[in-house]
Design a protein around this ligand. Structure first.
Ligand code: CA
Length: 363
């Protein structure tokens, strides 16, 4: 029997169909007018340019696109939970959503770091290729399922800067004994070079560097580093960010909360994240070069390139650090193999496309 006929014969009116009365129809089958309120906890200081405002954009888009049926309230780091407790808060349901970066959760699984950044790995454009058309997203979802989480790629900063130092880096030996804030796999590479990596939330970097608690720090790039005033705490600004060539940021959704949404709201959440994923990269591309000008001209920052032989040695160390993750467990091996295969193939193609063009442009 067709549903229409059933409703007619059972004597129910329009109210049942629109869900305003106790309905026999299951909730996800029709768009409900029920208002849903979510909390989003983030690893960034509230309203921090690019990263925090990206999280704000995501919340705003979801609220707008759903016509207010799903509203999301954003909390900066420490407002509801500290930056590095975002994963657990969303996993456990204290908040329905989060915004951060997967490499902050390497304590859960080292392989999560592949979903943010790999030293000498994929650029922003290549990360999107791997995630959306190279199987990366499926692996990410599989890896987070055990934690009751749905991951969404939600932002990218593009190639970052190498970081802020108070001494020159002329050889790999200059990294020995260096206490530097550098998260993820980049930190592990620094360790192999004799340094001491530490991870601190962004909001604590300036004080840590200024007070000498750390000798050096990386953060993001000119736009964000200027916002934190890091140039007031260090002399040298090194490039390129070999450790983060195109880090993907993430939105986390509590899986149970996501599964309970009607299909149209699920689509809105997914597509709003996709919009922010692209929008953030555009914003960084536009704003980093303007901020770099200020750092150089106004604040007289000494911008330096890592010597080629330092980069080459770091690249060699990275290869072993990254390959070792494959031996951790079955899932890590799958992620490593998928990433490596994509990287090898895209490097070959980009050698004669992106790379060749950028080289041609600067001839
Ligand atoms: Ca960084």
């Amino acid at each position: 029997m067709k549903r229409r006929d059933f409703i007619k014969t059972s004597g129910m009116g329009v109210a049942a169909i629109t869900g305003t009365a106790g309905s026999l129809l299951s909730a996800p089958a029709i768009a409900s007018n029920k208002k849903i309120k979510w909390k989003m906890v983030t690893t960034w200081p509230k309203n921090f340019p690019g990263l925090g405002t990206g999280a704000n954009n995501l919340a705003k888009l979801i609220t707008e696109m759903s016509g207010g049926r799903l509203t999301v309230k954003v909390y900066g780091a420490k407002e509801l939970v500290p930056a590095f407790e975002v994963f657990d808060a969303v996993s456990g349901g204290a908040a329905e959503m989060g915004h951060g970066a997967a490499y902050y959760w390497k304590g859960k699984s080292e392989a999560f770091q592949f979903f943010t950044a790999v030293p000498f790995g994929l650029t922003a454009q290549e990360m999107n290729g791997w995630l959306f058309y190279g199987g990366g997203m499926q692996l990410w979802e599989k890896a987070y399922r055990d934690f009751n989480l749905v991951p969404l790629a939600c932002g990218n900063t593009g190639v970052q800067m190498g970081g802020w130092f108070n001494k020159q880096i002329n050889s790999i030996k200059d990294l020995k004994g260096l206490k530097m804030r550098i998260p993820g796999l980049g930190g592990e590479v620094l360790k192999r070079a004799g340094g001491t990596p530490v991870n601190l939330p962004g909001g604590e970097l300036f004080t840590a560097l200024k007070s000498g608690n750390i000798d050096a720090t990386e953060w993001v790039g000119p736009y964000n580093d200027l916002a934190f005033g890091l140039y007031k705490a260090a002399k040298y600004y090194y490039y390129p960010g070999w450790h983060e060539p195109g880090p993907t940021l993430e939105a986390l959704v509590n899986k149970k909360a996501f599964d309970q949404l009607p299909k149209d709201l699920q689509s809105i959440v997914r597509n709003a994240a996709l919009v922010v994923n692209n929008d953030m990269l555009a914003e960084y591309t536009a704003r980093n070069n303007a901020a770099l000008k200020d750092l150089v001209n106004k604040y007289k920052v000494d911008v330096r390139k890592y010597p080629d032989d330092v980069l080459k040695k770091l690249s060699g160390l990275s290869d072993s650090v990254v390959a070792e993750i494959a031996n951790k467990d079955k899932m890590s091996k799958q992620i490593y193999q998928s990433y490596k295969k994509f990287r090898d193939n895209v490097v070959a193609y980009h050698k004669i496309s992106e790379q060749a063009y950028l080289k041609a442009r600067s001839l």
